[in-house]
Design a protein around this ligand. Structure first.
Ligand code: NAP
Length: 321
């Protein structure tokens, strides 16, 4: 009887020990694979557009058109191109914003022309090209950055709302690409950078119009890269992450009480980005360093669009959450 009790106790102790060891090991493995807890993110670098990079005058002698160049990312790309040597046409509807950016460029010793136009009007796009050639003689770079967007559940989106966004993003990008691309084909030289977003391939509830338009722009990018590569053109797309710009902040309420916690959960690197930081990546894509890049989409979103995986279903001890 005593032997029986001792044996049972021994089995229980060994079993308990083995179980504890197993659970501890499993917890270690799970912790390794789990997304990092919300630590303080690595701070964003302080970036002045156009001051970094290997060769800081690598756009010398180039002429660039930046649509939507009066605000946000477009403004930072325009400033960066100018500080690295390009002559820049900043084009959108509101001449006051464009004039301010052009003044910033000239004050820094660069050359710029503000031009008011509506990207949805093909004739106005043709006039933009004519004015660019009149002022600077040619065009080497087109940045299709102009966009419009607003949050709305898909079931409430009206045909007018759909057409407004698709008209600017998809049609506008095509009109500019067609008009300016034909000029570049004549020159046998030039490049187009289309600004998209990661939801062009992931989708994004609340902005079905913008997702659909950006997906179209991405398909356009790849198509033109192949059709026009032989004419000496390269066509690429850039998908920046969530930037703190006036318009995006107003739409997405970045300053709401829960925003910072949500951002840490949604974006693996734990922070938003800035148009200044994103402009540097866009400039890299257009620079001679990336001369062999064609038909590519480059994403700089802190890993935001990537799946989190099934490991998130369990807690740090490997138990269901
Ligand atoms: P933004 O400040 O709102 O700039 C959009 C620009 O487009 C404005 O300067 C606007 O100028 C111009 N525009 C709008 N409608 C136009 C029209 N019909 N004709 C000509 N120009 C027009 O935007 P952003 O936040 O810098 O975004 C820049 C790009 O990045 C966009 O393509 C956007 O989709 C993309 N993106 C943004 C984010 C983000 O978090 N902000 C994330 C991913 C991708 P006017 O009003 O003067 O016309």
């Amino acid at each position: 009887m005593n032997t029986w009790i001792i044996l049972t106790a021994a089995v229980a102790v060994i079993g308990g020990l083995a179980g504890t060891l197993y659970l501890r090991k499993r917890a270690q493995i799970m912790a390794k694979y789990k997304r990092r807890p919300t630590v303080d993110p690595v701070p964003a670098p302080v970036v002045t557009p156009g001051t970094t990079g290997v060769a800081t005058r690598d756009f010398e002698g180039k002429v660039a058109i930046v649509t939507g160049g009066g605000t946000g990312l477009g403004r930072c790309i325009a400033l960066g191109l100018a500080r690295r040597g390009a002559k820049v046409v900043v084009a959108s509807r509101k001449i006051e914003n464009l004039q301010t950016v052009a003044d910033e460029i000239t004050a820094a010793g660069g050359e710029a022309m503000p031009y008011a136009f509506d990207v949805r009007n093909y004739n106005e796009v043709e006039a933009l090209l004519a004015k660019t050639k009149e002022k600077f003689g040619r065009v080497d770079i087109l940045v299709n950055n102009a966009a419009g967007n607003f949050y709305i559940p898909a079931e409430n989106l009206t045909p007018n709302g759909w057409n407004a966004v698709v008209g600017i993003v998809l049609n506008g990008t095509w009109y500019c690409s067609h008009v300016v691309g034909n000029e570049m084909i004549k020159q046998r030289n030039g490049q187009i950078l289309n600004i998209v977003a990661n939801y062009a391939w992931s989708g994004q509830p609340g902005v079905v119009h913008s997702c659909s338009a950006k997906a179209g722009v991405l398909a356009m990018t790849r198509t033109l890269a192949v059709e026009w590569g032989g004419y000496g053109l390269r066509v690429n797309a850039f998908a920046p992450g969530a930037m703190v710009t006036d318009n995006a902040s107003a739409n997405l309420k970045y300053d709401s009480p829960n925003a910072q916690e949500m951002i840490k959960k949604i974006i693996p690197v734990g922070r938003l980005t800035s148009p200044e930081e994103m402009a540097e990546t866009a400039l890299f894509m257009m620079s001679p360093t990336a001369a062999y890049m064609n038909g590519e989409v480059l994403t700089a979103d802190g890993g935001a669009w990537l799946p989190r995986g099934w490991m998130d279903l369990v807690d740090k001890d490997g138990k269901p959450k």
